[in-house]
Design a protein around this ligand. Sequence first.
Ligand code: GLC
Length: 735
Amino acid sequence: MRFGTLLLFALPLAAVAQRKPVAARVDSVLSLMTLPELVGQTNQYNGFWNATGPMPAGNEWVEQRVKALKQGGVGSVLNVAGVDQVRALQKVAVEETRLGIPLIFGLDVIHGYQTLSPIPLAEAASWDLEAIKRSARAAALEATADGINWTFAPMVDISRDPRWGRVMEGAGEDPYLGARIAEARVRGFQGDNLSDPTTLAACLKHFAGYGFPVSGKDYHTTDYSAHTLYNWILPPFEAGVKAGAATVMNAFSAANGIPATGDSALVWGELRRRMGFGGVLVSDWGSIGEMIPHGYARDLRDAADRALAAGCDIDMESDAYLRHGVELARSHPADSLRFREAARRILTLKFELGLMDDPYRYCRATKPDVRAEAYDMAVRSSVLLQNKGVLPIGSVLVGLTGPMAAEKNGVLGNWRVSAKDQSAQSLAEAVEGRCWTYAASAPHSVGQEAFHAELTLNAADTKANDAALKALRKHDVLVLAVGEHGYESGEGRSRASLRLSAVQQDLIRKAYKTGKPVVLVVYAGRPLVLEPWIQEGAAAILWAWQPGTLGGQAVVDVLCGKSEPYGRLPMTFPRSEGQIPIHYDAFSTGRPGPKSEVFWSHYTDESNAPAYPFGYGLSYTSFAYENLQVREAPGGWSATVTVRNTGARSGSDVVQLYVGREGNGQIYPVKSLKAFKRVVLEPGSSAAVELELPREALTQRDGQGRSIPFTHGTLRITVGPNSAEGLTWTTNLIP
Ligand code: GLC
């Protein structure tokens, strides 16, 4: 088999070459490359061929792509996994192309690979950065054992709109929490050394502003102010870049009349120059070509030209660069240079991954067992929203029902491209052997359950609800597992109504009529809207999100008190859809209320308050916050509060520090999270918890992007258990 020139070039000089710095080695390879080969590195295809088998007869589309691969026209692929597949495709790239440059293998390892952790929004609810990092590390261990070297994660899009299905994939509404979680995930995926064959190159996505779609519809135009861009949307990207993220992905969306994939000012001004990002920028799937239906580009050639000018290094599945790149480069010297620089960044990544020295280095690991990490994160992510004393459940007869109780698929969440269907442990399975009885209620959905397909909900068949409650008529406590299937949130799945389905409401209403205590366990990829009668009638509400492969055991262990409810909300829960977008860090407005007359910012038919505020979550014990002390130092302020466990069980609370700022010549949110720390306390004990507020944390960028320090005006520091409660200290800063 013909060896690629590069392989021959590299092998004898490998010893010397490996001592050369990467940049010099990249230059050596670039000097060998033709223009078509430079362009080829920028082309990314979805898995198109089972390279372990024969070419599918007569499939021209596959033949064209295999031909492109062999001509050096493919630099990376996605959705190819498994050592056999990866090795076979890599072998073609390394041995059957002129230069033998290996491929990078990318995949959406969003919340686990085959063993699934809870969805990212659930992980964010743990507010536990070390656990989040461990979870990303576990995903990397499992995915790299199947040959994957690049994950299209973490998604760091801030959003305040639970109608948007992709909130499940992010870290919620707050830029500070989002930034800390972006760092933790990048470090968990990448480790300290990208060439370690158990680490994944991370990808911060989607740059930028994708989480602000008009009317909550996915892929729709995004509408946000420059102020929002600078102070909410960009900080998690900046934190991820500083944490060393190797790649960034464009957003599908458009803002200010420009698609993100073509937004030069955003990419060169903010990502490359201001944040100093030197890695690879990959388009989202087809987002270069989608600049045509956006109405921005005339045709694919124009789209390629605009994306290239906007710094997009890799074209995922538009075929724009491969079809038009060489001709563009030959007619525009600037484009020729742009392709060379894109190829430079891509080759640098391949050297950093170690693929240039050993293209098969990710094809040797043994599969790890990461179930412990998935269980641990599932326990840490559920949020107790209400408890009238029924939890933790003791030695009583428990009746379990509800459409999510036996669910082994929907509780895996949406982004589980490599997990097997029905591979979750269900709640009903987890209670086997306990004094629990499971009775099947009416199904939530009917028919096909698939990543790409709409889910068909059971609209009216409630018969099994009556049968279930009849079967459980002798039980002391009812546990109802309700909510969303994993394929009701995620990409392409925005909802106008966030209510539980009619069939589920029928079950809840009939369960309440039994007069027994009813515990609602809600599985969802987002905040939902619970009608007041549902909230008020529940003896307890545990938000389980979509807890992944080990969710069954985790939920039971929390319900029965083996583990405490640990989570705190990373997103505000609305009382009704009409309040959306709703978020804790809103502005005061010129007419804050309440006022006796109507002339203030409010609804006539709804409260301004959320159902549950950002940062909220209960424990099985209770806490008191006392004696807030704030000390100023040159670098900022240090706030110390005494937290006391006033209950009968040990427990932990997330102590949160928020700031309010006024009078400095800018409008600031009424509250902004700036620090948090978990405290663990035995019953009756207390601890002094200290949180730091660096002076620069008060800086806010104005509408022109200028960083304005907070030097004069009123500063409020509030320390408490969530964004709606706490002790406040106020001072006036004088410049
Ligand atoms: C999808 C998503 C993106 C994902 C990519 C590859 O459409 O928008 O987040 O990484 O395509 O699957």
